[in-house]
Ligand binder design. Structure first.
Ligand code: ATP
Ligand code: ZN
Length: 298
């Protein structure tokens, strides 16, 4: 266990569950996270984004369509449930009692845990062409990724607040780029010296290496990183993605003029930002620098 994780647990900021990467949040941790959420809302108020909130699930149909399994089969969290005659119930309980595997007695349901907060949004935009100027959507959701780790900044379930721009290629690109600078200032104002870097997603397998190289050479993904638990490899607290027309082609989203739309999204890792605040300013928010306190709690 990392020292930072031990300290967070000792302070009651995170509550261990016995599974790596799955934690309860203590009151102080949660308060800081919600204050940061409020800070984003205040600073972005003039953007007038359409707020959407989904439960942390996507439909299996849309998940399959999205192409997630091509790139990240190892991270997915499909939901399974017991759907057998009552006669099989006793067998299920016996297997559990005997600590034998029981997964084969379950059946896939119509839902999958949300892998990124923006996933439920795209299919909802497919019904009619977008209005002129496109859309700007604001989402926040718990997201699941099966990446158990003892790094407190790599959780299996964590919240992502995202803004999603759906518009022309030029608009999406420019919007994404100006957000890197904008968010960098917001984080600096909270005493977090985040640096921007070109990045790639953790694509699966051998083919994944090529996808990652393509993503980097086209500069489709940037991150703002700060050192949290591992000083030698800083952690992404925000991501800025330009998806080109991937989601629009997949779900059939068109602009007002009938052209296929493009999308970009910017995502705040809410737990990671919260952890960075504790890492940089100490575990007691009452003792944080006045400027940081004013901006978050003022
Ligand atoms: P990483 O490279 O660290 O695995 P990622 O590239 O997979 O991150 P994105 O898919 O861009 O991250 O997710 C958006 C944001 O969500 C990230 O910038 C990060 O702040 C946060 N995030 C991603 N994975 C995790 C995780 N396992 N635990 C906590 N926050 C996460
Ligand atoms: Zn996204």
């Amino acid at each position: 266990m990392s020292t930072l994780l031990q300290e967070l647990i000792a302070k009651g900021l995170l509550i261990p569950t016995g599974v790596d990467g799955v934690y309860g949040r203590g009151g102080v941790f949660e308060d800081v996270l919600l204050r940061f959420d409020g800070y984003i809302s205040r600073l972005a108020i003039e953007d007038k984004a359409d707020v959407m909130r989904f439960p942390p699930l996507v439909t299996r149909e849309n998940f399959e369509k999205s192409g997630y399994l091509k790139s990240f089969p190892h991270l997915a969290g499909p939901v399974f449930s017991f759907n057998r005659p009552p006669a099989d119930h006793a067998t299920l309980l016996e297997r559990v009692q005997a600590k034998e595997p029981w997964g084969d007695m379950l059946e896939m349901t119509d839902t999958v845990l949300t892998p990124a907060a923006c996933y439920p949004v795209y299919p909802t935009l497919a019904h009619a062409p977008l209005a002129k100027g496109g859309r700007l959507v604001d989402v926040l959701s718990y997201c699941f990724r099966h990446e158990p780790s003892i790094d407190p900044a790599r959780m299996q379930m964590f919240r992502m607040r995202e803004f999603i721009r759906i518009a022309s290629a030029e608009e999406c690109h420019a919007w994404r780029d100006q957000w890197i600078e904008r968010a960098g200032h917001w984080l600096q104002d909270l005493g977090l010296p985040a640096e921007s870097a070109v990045a790639n997603d953790p694509f699966f397998g051998r083919g994944g290496k090529m996808l990652a190289a393509n993503q980097r050479s086209q500069e489709l993904k940037f991150e703002l990183v700060v050192p949290i638990a591992t000083p030698e490899s800083p952690t992404a607290i925000m991501s800025f993605n330009y998806h080109q027309e991937h989601f629009e082609k997949t779900f059939g989203i068109t602009q007002a003029d009938g052209e296929v739309a493009h999308t970009a999204c910017v995502g705040f890792g809410m737990e990671r930002v919260t952890l960075a605040l504790f890492k940089f300013h100490g575990l007691d928010p009452d003792k944080w620098p006045a400027g940081v306190r004013d901006r978050l709690f003022g």
